[in-house]
Design a protein around this ligand. Structure first.
Ligand SMILES: [Zn+2]
Ligand SMILES: [Zn+2]
Ligand SMILES: [Zn+2]
Ligand SMILES: [Zn+2]
Ligand SMILES: [Zn+2]
Length: 431
């Protein structure tokens, strides 16, 4: 029995303590908690947590001089819902005990003039019947912003480094409005490169530089340099007419060698041997040979000679008013060409024209109608010149003898001397 009583007493005590703790731990929240009031008014809501069950509650809102109360109202529905803007006091009452947890009140405030850190205090008093069951309050501060701020100088809020950005800020001296700007990292301020290891064609080099601001060191590999070869090549294997040779040279620093092929080549005699002379129909040809191996002839061709035209025969003789034409023939190859005979001057009309003044008479060997000789015949012609001359003289003598015989024979047969002297004259019909 005693134990049961003890437990009951303990329970009652614990409950009593709990209720007391409950009432005193009521938390008031004002939203928004901190703000800047610009043009117009701002509305705040008031919430409670750990609030007791009550039959009535009182609210009191007090403001600093920079602020004025515009309106206030209870969010819960009670039998009495009162609030006076003039003094900031209000009351709510219920017909039975009611929980006040959650949003209970809201009010609207406006700024009187630009100012900073203006306090708003909200206080509650809770009652059951006529007995007080607890109080709770909260405070918040607001800045009433200027339309045009009066800023102080920029000051560094975080100093930038080589690698990290910094920031600066300034505040309005009236409403404490603050603005901030980022300052980018400066980057390292490196000095000149200092060569630690000089590179060459055998190994890489290394250089470094130091930041004057933070002392950070940066290192860099320097690439190998080119070889520095001897200027003179050394022939290791001489080339011949049919096999390549080889020459080398060494790097004066690391001793590496590089090779170069000397291509095989023939060495030609400076003197050319004439194979054939040029004519008016064919190019001439010269040849020379390698003085080392005696083979691989190299040919060079010389240009053709000009034709040497001489008179052949008249096609139309010229008159005093018209030009004529005649054929000329190359004395070496027989190529013919038609050329113009110029108009005669009046005094040369009756005289015999002798074209051989301009063009020598055709070579007897190359009469009109003779075939155009081939170069071979042309070359061999020189050897037979004497023979042709002898034959020609004999032929002329024979023809001359024939004509003489014919004339003698005619004279004996005819007794009319006129017929002899003018054989082509027309007979006069009156005779
Ligand atoms: Zn301001
Ligand atoms: Zn640095
Ligand atoms: Zn080298
Ligand atoms: Zn050769
Ligand atoms: Zn010719």
């Amino acid at each position: 029995m005693k134990n049961t009583l003890c437990i009951l007493i303990c329970l009652v005590l614990t409950l009593g303590l709990s209720v007391a703790a409950f009432a005193s731990n009521t938390v008031v929240s004002i939203n928004p908690s901190q703000t800047e009031i610009k043009d117009g008014a701002t509305t705040f809501t008031v919430s409670l947590s750990n609030a007791p069950y009550v039959t009535s509650a009182l609210v009191n809102i007090t403001l600093d001089d920079g602020l004025s109360l515009v309106s206030g109202q209870w969010e819960n529905k009670g039998v009495i819902n009162d609030f006076a803007v003039s003094n900031g006091y209000g009351v709510i009452a219920f017909s039975e005990k009611t929980s006040l947890n959650g949003t209970v009140f809201s009010f609207t405030v406006k700024g009187n003039s630009p100012s900073s850190e203006q306090k708003i205090q909200v206080s509650f008093k809770f009652k059951n019947g006529s007995s007080n069951v607890g109080t709770a309050s909260a405070t918040t501060t607001v800045n009433v912003m200027c339309k045009a701020h009066s800023f102080s100088e920029w000051t560094a809020t975080k100093t930038q480094s080589c690698t990290e950005a910094g920031s600066i800020s300034r505040s309005c001296v009236v409403c404490k409005y603050t603005e901030t700007q980022d300052i980018p990292a400066t980057g390292h301020a490196y000095g000149e490169w200092q060569v630690n290891v000089q590179p060459n064609c055998y190994w890489e080099g290394m250089q470094k530089r130091v930041c004057a601001t933070c002392g950070m060191t940066e290192e860099e590999i320097m690439p190998k340099t080119e070889h520095l070869f001897e200027e003179q090549w050394t022939v290791v294997l001489s080339p011949t007419c049919y096999s390549d040779g080889l020459e080398t040279r060494a790097c004066t620093i690391c001793g590496d060698t590089e090779e170069k092929i000397i291509y095989s080549t023939h060495t030609y005699d400076d003197n050319w041997i004439i194979q054939s002379e040029p004519t008016c129909c064919f190019q001439g040809c010269q040849v020379r040979y390698c003085i080392e191996c005696g083979s691989v002839p190299e040919y060079v061709y010389t240009g053709k000679l000009d034709h040497n035209f001489i008179f052949d025969y008249i096609i139309f003789d010229s008159t005093e008013i018209e030009t004529g034409s005649m054929q000329v023939v190359c004395e070496y190859c027989g190529t013919t060409q038609i050329v113009e005979i110029p108009v005669k001057a009046p005094n040369e009309y009756d005289t015999d024209t002798n074209y051989s003044d301009d063009l020598s008479h055709p070579d007897p060997e190359y009469g009109r109608g003779d075939p155009i000789p081939t170069p071979d015949e042309y070359v061999s012609k020189d050897d037979n010149t004497t023979l042709y001359v002898v034959i020609s003289i004999i032929a002329v003598l024979l023809v001359g003898a024939g004509i003489a015989v014919l004339l003698i024979f005619k004279k004996k047969k005819s007794s009319d001397p006129i017929n002899d002297t003018e054989p082509y004259e027309f007979e006069n019909p009156e005779e």
